[in-house]
Design a protein around this ligand. Structure first.
Ligand code: PLP
Length: 364
């Protein structure tokens, strides 16, 4: 099959060196392997700007959703209630998780091109004393909007509630002061901005909140406290761990450091995004969300106007020329998406926008 680069929000194009790590079948019970797990857990705390005294990192088998489901089904007790602020499909996925696990919840929904409002969240919390937890997405990958977790964290913390953030597509690509904001649980996964391969998610937890959750889990495999308890002893995973993915992830963390950390990675993604927006604007292709709330991770674009446009045709055309893009996911408009993350550089954005320009010329 002809190779192509992924301009999608995960899995992403990774480096050869990250992929090469997976050629080794590592044993899981020996000290070398357990040390790798512990190193990864420590490094994740560094990236989140938190101390080992206050926070701890838990790795969980499965894709990103498993991590979100693990938190929601492990830390919200039978007598407790969750507020979900949603402005996209990933926010709504939390609703679905709550439904499946019979978690008592209330939903505050925003349009897909608007960020959830901290003032409204404050009003909802003040009006319902039963709400104990608030959950929201940081980078809503459905649209590419970057939600204002700082303002929300403030009102949630002022009211003494627990704050859960799905930072799946932003952690490692957008700097998040987890400790300063007082986020209690933040979830991301191996195959997004850290640029590893798919296979596990990770959760950075405030220790006291994690301790409080003991015995609350509604699932065996996704029991966050149990997973932590086993892992905390010496780095052993509770059930079979995705060894190849773990080795690749450690390498990906090294490469993030070599690139200059989150700040430099963010600069590259931002640069990718800037070129994309500017070059597509010249072709009359406009972004779906406003520039003031647009994040650097992925961008949703309206179909070009005055053009007999077929996404499938454009997708095939671009793929033959070396890139895979993403269909739209918003529900109220015809859109497509292009991701800026992974082993992708400004020259890739110059190339892909030139390919799109050629496609529009040829099909007009
Ligand atoms: C990728 C992503 C997830 C997890 O999706 P999986 O397909 O389970 O890996 C969750 N939330 C957001 C915001 C995401 O971007």
């Amino acid at each position: 099959m002809k190779n192509y680069k992924l301009l999608t929000p995960g899995p992403l194009t990774t480096t050869e060196t990250v992929k090469k790590e997976m050629l080794f079948d590592h044993c899981t019970w020996d000290d070398d392997y357990k040390q790798i797990t512990q190193e990864i857990r420590r490094e994740l705390l560094n990236l989140a700007h938190v101390s080992e005294e206050e926070y701890t990192a838990v790795l969980m088998q499965g894709s990103g959703t498993f991590g979100v489901e693990s938190v929601l089904t492990s830390v919200i007790g039978k007598e407790e209630k969750l507020l979900i602020a949603a402005n996209g499909a990933y926010g709504k996925r939390m609703v679905s998780i709550a439904e499946h696990a019979c978690i008592d919840y209330t939903l505050y929904e925003e349009d897909f091109d608007k960020v959830p409002c901290a003032r409204k969240i404050a009003e909802i919390l003040d009006g319902d004393g039963r709400i104990t937890h608030v959950a929201m997405v940081h980078s809503e990958t459905t649209s590419g909007i970057l939600n204002d977790i700082s303002s929300v964290a403030k009102v949630v913390k002022e009211r003494g509630r627990t704050f859960i953030v799905d930072a799946m597509s932003s952690f490692g690509g957008v700097d998040i002061q987890v400790g300063e904001l007082g986020i209690d649980f933040i979830v991301s996964s191996a195959n997004k901005c850290i640029q590893g391969v798919p296979g596990f998610s990770f959760i950075i937890c405030r220790r006291d909140k994690l301790m409080e959750s003991k015995g609350k889990a509604r699932s065996l495999s996704l029991d966050l406290y149990d997973q932590w308890e086993t892992m905390e002893k010496d780095g052993k995973w509770r059930f079979t761990s995705p060894t190849h993915v773990v080795l690749a992830f450690r390498k990906a963390l090294d490469e993030l450091k070599e690139e200059g950390g989150i700040e430099k990675r963010n600069e590259r993604y931002t640069q990718n995004h800037k070129i994309l927006i500017e070059n597509l604007a010249k072709l009359g292709i406009k972004p779906y969300v406003g520039a003031d709330v647009q994040g650097p991770i992925i961008t949703t674009f309206y179909y070009p106007e005055n053009h007999h446009f077929s996404f499938q045709e454009m997708y095939e055309y671009i793929k033959e020329r070396g890139y895979a893009i993403y269909p739209g996911k918003v529900t109220d408009a015809d859109t497509f998406r292009i991701g800026n993350i992974g082993e992708i550089y400004p020259e890739d954005m110059v190339k892909v926008t030139a390919i799109i320009s050629e496609f529009l010329k040829e099909t007009n």
